[in-house]
Design a protein around this ligand. Structure first.
Ligand code: PRP
Ligand code: URA
Length: 209
């Protein structure tokens, strides 16, 4: 069974509370999603390997640590996942970016794939799939399927708000994919929206309806 991590860092919790509020406008919503994504990148990269490197300070030679050159990829699920990319890239600028386009059919709630473009060496990379919302889990499961079909094996799912139903569905479909979220909410309403959630993340990020 994959691991679920709920980030309880006070800054992440505080910022998540701001974007949940219905009166938070698009500009602030986008800025804060960006900030939370940076904080989440800091947490999910905690286990990256480091190696010794010999350097010279203005005072002396010394052996210090540097990242061991692990290849990373950030893969947003379009559209809303795009809102998390810049914030993560601030901390891991060498990561490559893949894109997976997917939307939920509003009647059936089933995801529909419309675009996949990934780094060529995706099978060698640690992949962070990013999407603010994990609701039924259909979009994340299909995105992870698309990645595995193209050779990715080391995948983590990073989301701002998750419903227990979505977590269970992803864990059942992809037991090797650890899930990270800032908020584990109550559940889903009859329209497949997360309760209390934050509404439609794509619309709130991009000012659409
Ligand atoms: C939202 C969200 C996820 C998906 C979650 O995208 O960004 O991708 O719904 O729902 P699920 O877990 O039930 O699949 P949406 O389909 O609204 O598309 P958008 O990002 O283009 O707004
Ligand atoms: N997609 C969203 O953007 N919000 C939800 O609550 C569920 C799916």
């Amino acid at each position: 069974m994959s691991k679920l991590t709920v980030f309880d860092h006070p800054l992440i919790q505080h910022k998540l509370t701001i974007i949940r509020q219905k009166d938070t406008g698009t500009k602030v919503f986008r800025e804060i999603v960006d900030e939370i994504a940076s904080l989440m990148a800091y947490e999910v990269t905690r286990t990256l390997p480091v190696e010794d490197v010999e350097i010279e300070t203005p005072v002396a030679k010394t052996v210090q640590k540097q990242l061991a050159g692990k290849k990373l990829a950030i893969v947003p699920i379009l559209r809303a996942g795009l809102g998390m990319v810049d914030g993560m890239m601030k901390l891991i600028p060498a990561a490559r970016i893949g894109h997976i386009g997917m939307y939920r059919d509003e009647e059936t709630l089933e995801p529909v794939e419309y675009f996949v473009k990934l780094p060529e060496d995706i099978e060698q990379r640690d992949v962070f799939v990013v999407d603010p919302m994990l609701a039924t889990g259909g979009s994340a499961i299909m995105a992870i399927d698309a990645l595995k079909k193209r050779g990715a094996t080391k995948i983590k799912l990073i989301t701002l708000v998750a419903a227990p139903e979505g977590v269970e569905a992803v864990q059942a479909a992809h037991a090797d994919v650890d899930i990270f979220t800032a908020g584990l909410d109550q559940g889903l309403n009859e329209h497949g929206y997360i309760i209390p959630g934050l509404g439609d993340a794509g619309d709130r990020l991009f000012g659409t309806h």
